[in-house]
Write a new protein. Sequence first.
Length: 174
Amino acid sequence: MSVAQDRKFLDRFDLTIGLFVGAGAAAAVLALAAGGRGESERGISEAEYRLQVAKRIAPAAHVAIAGRDNSALSIIPTSGAKQVPTVVATPKTGTEVYQQVCVACHGQGIGGAPRVGDGAAWGPRVAKGKDTLYAHAIEGFKGDAGVMPPKGGRTDLADELIRAAVDHIIETSR
């Protein structure tokens, strides 16, 4: 090879290396700018960020099981290691139980639940007797039309309140 060919090769080689170094430097600057911008805009501590991530990946719901201690289900983390119990109003009458719990399904007929006020749907059920309705409401029921969870999912409620809610539904559905 001649000196002229060597010089031409080295010039092209230098140009190619220079382009790669320049592109790498530009990519590094862009990556630093993009990475740093998110943290400064967020403006939150690492602990708060971790809490927000934990809330986003937490299960959507927890299942309360009859006969077990479900008190931990009412704890919602708020920040860091602190935990604050949620305040859920405890109904005191059958009407309040219906309004807080039963209406979720029986108000619109969700999951095969007979709608309150629909005498035709409630007639055959009432004919089986209140004791049967009480048992289905308290213990839960799986039928052809749908599923009734024990106590409508509020296993913390007393059986007497559930019976009062059933009485309210029967009276409203006649």
